[in-house]
Structures are given as C-alpha cells and as structure tokens.
Design a protein around this ligand. Structure first.
Ligand code: VG1
Ligand code: CO
Length: 544
C-alpha cells in the first residue's frame, strides 16, 4: 500500500459540456483518461487536504471500476474522508443534498444522464461544488486548462473497497464511508411535502400511480419513497433495478424513450398518474390518463400552486427558466408580482440565483424542474410535488393543466431534435442562421412578424460573468418563438435542437394538437435554417 505519482500526458478533448465531461465508455477506458480528468479536478479546486467529498453514480457500465480508481486517487491526494453511495449508487439530486447537508467540499458524480449505457454506450464525470451544484463555467474552464498541461497524477495502490457493505474502510489516511444513498434525500423530501396526505391518497384504493425507474438510478429511491414510505402497492415502481446498460433503453423520460410507461398511461385502464426519471435522476416526465404535461407547463403549474405544498407555502421569491423553456412560467411570475429570470441552458446557471435567494423554483424544457432545496434539478422532487398537488386538489392531472391554460393562456410547445448530424453541416447551419439575423428583424414570415432576432447572451446578475452564443432566438410579436441551438451533451456528431412555441389565449383553440398548432412555425424554422438542404434530414429524430 503506497502513494504513487504516475507520469502521464494530457488529452486534448476534456472540455466539459453542458453537464460535465461526457464521452464514450471506450474513451474513458483508455489508459490515464479518467485519471487525468479527475487529477485535473483535484488540482484546481483549492485546498482539499483533510476535506470530505461524496462519490457515486447512476450505476451504468464502468461506474464501479471508475469509483475504485477515484477513491484511490482521492486518498493519494490527501482527501480526509470519502463518502460513497452503497453499491456505487447516488442520484445527482441526492449528491447535491448530501453535499449541502453535511457541508462537504464537493462531489464527483459519474453519469452520462439520459445517454445510453453499456460497453458501447456513454460515460460521464461531473464535479459539483460546495453549494451542491454543478461547477460554474469558470471552474470547468480551469479544470479543462489543467487537463491540457497535466503530466502526473496521484494514485494510492491499495485493494478495492467493498462498495456493497455499509460502513467505514480505510485507505492510508483516508476514511471511505459507504453510506445509504437514499436516507438523507428521503428526509429532505419529508420536510418539503405532505407525506401523510400523499399516503392517504395512495392507500385510498381510488388512486393509482406508476413510476418508471427506466432501469437507472432512481429505482431504489422510488421504491423507498412510494412503496415503502407512502404505502403504494409493490409494483408501482417499474424498471426499478439499476442495470449496467439500462436494459438497452435510453434512460430519457420522454414520449419516445419511456415507451412502456407511455403505453400504460394510454391504455383503457390507465392509472391516474404516471412519472419517470432519467439515468441520474434529475429529470422527470409527468403524465396523466392519456395526457402528457410538457415540462414547461409543469414548471408553470407547480409555481402557480406552490402555496398548497408545505415546503413552499411561505411564498416564492422568484422564478427562473432556461432561455428555450416556454414562457408559461413568466406569466405566473407576473401574476404573483415576482421576478422571472431567463438563463442559458444548463442547471449551473441557476446556481448563483438560488444561492442569492432570488429564485425559489426553476426549470428547463428538457424535463428538468427543481427548487432552492438543492442545487440540481430533481426528478423525484417534481413527481412528489405533483403527487402532493393531486392529493390536495383531488382533481385529475389533465383538469389541473387545463384550468391553468384557461387562466393564463396556453403555450403550445415542442422541441425537434436532429441527432447525429455531421458536425460541419450543423455548424454551417448555425453560422448561416447567425448571418441571417440582422435581415430578419421586423420581417414578416407568414402570419408572424419578427420582433427580436439575436444570439442569446447572459450576464449573471450576481457575479457579472458573461456567457455569449447561447442560442439563436427569433421572437415574434404576440409571444411566439423559434430557438435554435446545438446540444452540448452528445458524444456522436452534432445534435441540432429546434424549440417552437406559440401562445394561445383563445379558449376554443387551446385543444388543438400541438404539432398542428405549431405547423406554421415548423415551416418557418425549416425555411430560415434550411434544415432539409443542410442536414439532408426530412424529419427530426426525436419530437418532444
Ligand atoms: C441537455 C438539455 C439541458 C440540460 C442538459 C443536462 O443539454 O437540453 O437543458 O441541462 O441536457 O441534463 P444539451 O446541451 O444537450 O441541450 V442532464 O439530465 O444530462 O444532467
Ligand atoms: Co440527467
């Protein structure tokens, strides 16, 4: 047992994206690849000697191997204590909760979120800071710069730690504590939501729910919460065991990938409430009987009804959404007389606003919703929030959403993804769009008149940092929008995301099919971005 200093050479491709460093498993398996990135983190985060960090992941292929490497590197770098989730399991929101509750230095979460797993799938590493949230851009930039010049990493040569046994182990001076990854998180949820009321609903015999763990990290959390704590019958949680390859599915809770759940919710005897989370547990999809709640609407509905939930009955300080998220939540903020902030895509941009107490609830169109209880989006939190509302209101999911539209108007909303494009054609499309922006302002496109056409940039209201090039916005008079951006989480080629939104206050027209309601905007988007000609694609790969 000894500390080793291993000479290495830098890799050039370790710049973290929207949510950490995400690459193919095979990339991470290259000698020194994981080690270099982890050492780069330890090198730039300041004083680490004697401090405590938390580690865990979504259970995907290579999770356990990577954890053993990181544990031994932490010991060699002088970390005092490392907490690791039992079985290597730790959801992203639970990691954020544990960091905050125990005042830790930070945590390393191993996940590629909703990306597929397995030997040929994806893997990822993200570092969360002491507020429990993702590293802000200036930290990820330092990690990246360090990764370009690194020449040694530290490693403690010791036997593997048994991750399936709760309790304390030692590697050199460092204590490794294998802990229950559910307990602290469950306690936090019990403080925010009315568990007695939800238990009453679930045991009334008149209400059924189904929760899809998508063979990923949330299964153990969901069984503990819904089946054991809230008394829902066994079997309420489906696909509840974390599998190395997620059973071959993309653990992405949307209408395409959560197919099993969607079919259950469309069936004759559908349960009243359906929900799912993604690989690392930070996303959520909410379904009623034959009814889909868009994530943007979900955020707006939660905000509008927050006074019915114990954790938020004292009022909301402000709301926030990522730029491409629909403006439904803006209207709720306005009606409450509180501010609504518009940030770039990615949860890290909410961190400062939450820390400063300016925002209580926030969300993204990509099935991410959360609050100031932690510094990550939180899938099960959103599901519990909905369940609490359903228990208090005694109405169906569909009725709650329709009542919201009647009051605030409806934002028809859809995202069209073109996945696996050649990087050159995707970049060409975006630069063509950037060049067209000045010519679009004040122009009429079909029935729509362009009010603003720009490339979104954001100045953080707390620390003044500027983030540019965050997505092309075409805003039409009357609050309709088209937004274009390239994904920062993919591992193959490029993904173009086109976000479409149309605001409708006419009650008669609120029941239209979403794609029909947006058809004019879809045509306009295709024309101005020349999507077919430039990508060769006739249709998007995923519509959500
Ligand atoms: C996507 C979503 C974004 C989300 C990010 C991480 O990023 O659009 O809203 O914050 O994934 O989510 P991109 O750059 O591919 O559009 V997760 O569940 O991976 O932590
Ligand atoms: Co995720």
């Amino acid at each position: 047992m000894s500390i080793q200093k291993v000479s290495t050479r830098p890799f050039k491709d370790q710049r973290p994206g929207t949510s950490g460093l995400r690459k193919k498993v095979t990339t991470f398996q290259q000698p020194y690849y994981l080690e270099n990135f982890v050492q780069s983190i330890f090198d730039v985060i300041g004083e680490i000697k004697g401090k405590t960090i938390v580690l865990g992941g979504d259970g995907r292929f290579y999770n356990r191997e990577a954890l053993q490497i990181i544990i031994k590197m932490a010991a060699a770098n002088g970390i005092g204590r490392t907490m690791v989730g039992l079985g290597g399991i730790l959801s992203t929101p639970a990691a954020s909760c544990v960091i905050r509750k125990h005042g830790l230095l930070g945590g390393i979460i191993l996940s590629a979120s909703h990306n597929p797993g397995g030997p040929k799938g994806d893997f990822g590493v993200k570092y969360n800071i002491e507020n429990g949230g993702p590293s802000p851009e200036h930290v990820t930039e330092c990690i990246y710069k360090r990764s370009l010049e690194i020449d040694t990493y530290r490693f403690f040569d010791a036997p593997d730690v048994d991750l399936d046994q709760l309790g304390e182990n030692r590697i050199g001076e460092m204590v490794v504590e294998v802990f229950d990854p559910v307990a602290d998180y469950l306690q936090l949820m019990e403080r925010l939501f009315d568990f007695d009321r939800m238990r009453g609903l679930l045991s009334s015999g008149e209400f059924n729910m189904v929760y899809d763990g998508m063979n990923a990290v949330t299964g153990p959390y969901a069984r503990a919460i819904f089946e054991r704590r809230l008394g829902a019958p066994p079997g309420t949680v489906i696909n509840g065991d974390p599998l190395l390859d997620f059973g071959g599915i993309h653990p992405d809770p949307n209408l395409k990938h959560a197919r099993e759940l969607v079919e259950i919710m469309r069936s004759e005897n559908s349960p009243d409430f359906g929900a799912a989370s993604d690989g690392d547990g930070d996303r959520n999809m909410i379904l009623g009987r034959r009814f889909f709640v868009t994530p943007s609407d979900s955020l707006a509905v939660l905000a509008a009804n927050a006074d019915l939930v114990p954790g938020y009955s004292g009022g909301l300080s402000g709301l926030a959404r990522s730029m491409p998220t629909s403006m439904a939540v803006d209207r709720v903020a306005e009606s409450m007389g509180i501010p609504c902030y518009e940030t770039p895509t990615g949860w890290k941009f909410f961190g400062n606003l939450l820390d400063a107490g300016k925002v209580t609830l926030c969300g993204e169109e990509s099935f991410g919703t959360g609050s100031d209880h932690i510094r990550e989006k939180d899938g099960l939190w959103a599901v519990l929030f909905w369940l609490n509302l359903l228990a208090v209101k005694g109405e169906s999911v569909e009725r709650i959403v329709q009542a919201h539209w009647r009051k605030f108007g409806r934002d028809f909303y859809s995202r069209h993804d073109y996945e696996g494009l050649e990087a050159d054609s995707a970049n060409g499309l975006m630069s063509h769009l950037r060049d067209s922006l000045p010519g679009l302002v004040e122009k009429r496109l079909g029935n729509y008149e362009v009010e603003i056409a720009d490339n979104f940039s954001y100045t953080d209201p707390i620390d003044g940092s500027l983030s540019t090039g965050q997505g092309i916005r075409i805003i039409f008079r009357g609050a309709s929008r088209i937004v274009f951006r390239l994904s920062g989480t993919g591992t193959e080629g490029a993904t173009l995301r086109v976000y479409l939104e149309r605001y409708e206050t006419d009650l008669e027209r609120q029941d239209q099919d979403t794609q029909e309601a947006l058809s004019d905007l879809i045509t306009i988007a295709n024309n101005i971005a020349q999507i077919r000609a430039r990508t060769g694609r006739e249709a998007p790969s995923v519509i959500t």
